[in-house]
Design a protein around this ligand. Structure first.
Ligand code: ADE
Length: 244
């Protein structure tokens, strides 16, 4: 998979790509990054990429021409990508979107800056994505968040292929509690079932704890959850255990 990033601040991407899972994914040849500096496509000596907004008002707006030229350059080189604009006006990112986007051979992520980008840029993008209902100073950090969420879904990226499917938000549930050595710390013990070696009991315990955590911490996620027969039994037991 190729991920192109269009940005005015290419250096922001240097260190995150040199660490951990993303670095390994690059080394394994599973993903390659192409960081494009939008400023290289500005057409004046000052390499201007922003200008004052028509109609007045504070701040600067990113100009359309350099962005358009940068996109055309990306389109003309290799597989035509799906163009995504990172913006607080986009659809909220979730795991389902990350999984869907991970199936594209080439994504191009356009990072907006300043007070926004010229609205006409929207005619060249396929999708607008927001990482949350708050405003950051630019789309670079949102692009990194999106990249991290996507790369984990590329087959072969995580050593243990079960890792993505087992963790938080599988079936829309939060992850079950995890423990590692020591079995006792201060007065806190690891739940005995996890030390029992009984895989079926461990599976059931984890499923029930996942549901319990989701009910207690993120009850909003339960609206989309489709329980199995066994899950219904767990839900009844959890409700009986909850005081009041
Ligand atoms: N740019 C600025 N804030 C953003 C957000 N929350 N999500 C995506 N892009 C952004």
């Amino acid at each position: 998979m190729i991920i192109t990033v269009l940005t005015l601040f290419p250096k922001i991407f240097e260190s995150p790509f040199q660490e951990s899972i993303i670095k390994k994914a690059v080394e394994k040849g599973l993903v390659s990054f192409n960081i494009v500096n939008i400023r290289d496509f500005a057409n004046d000596v000052h390499r201007t990429c922003d200008d004052t907004p028509y109609g007045g008002g504070p701040g600067m707006v990113m100009k359309i021409e350099p962005i358009y030229k940068a996109m055309e350059y990306v389109n003309a080189n290799g597989i035509r990508p799906k163009h995504i604009l990172l913006t607080p006006q986009g659809r909220l990112l979730n795991e389902e979107t990350a999984l869907r986007l991970a199936r594209n051979p080439h994504l191009s992520l356009m990072c907006g800056r300043y007070e926004g980008v010229d609205e006409r840029v929207l005619s060249f993008v396929d999708e607008e994505i927001s990482i949350g209902d708050y405003v950051l100073s630019g789309g670079e950090i949102p692009a990194l968040v999106l990249i991290d969420a996507i790369v984990r879904h590329i087959p072969g990226v995580l050593g243990n292929e079960a890792s993505t499917s087992d963790e938080s938000l599988k079936d829309g549930l939060l992850e079950y509690p995890q423990y590692t050595r020591p079995p006792q710390f201060l007065d806190m013990e690891v739940p005995p079932v996890l030390l029992s070696g009984n895989h079926e009991e461990i599976r059931k315990w984890r499923r029930k704890e996942s549901i319990k955590k989701t009910i207690l911490k993120r009850s909003d996620l339960m609206e989309k959850f489709v329980p199995t027969e066994e899950d219904h039994k767990f839900i009844r037991e959890i409700m009986e255990d909850i005081p009041g």
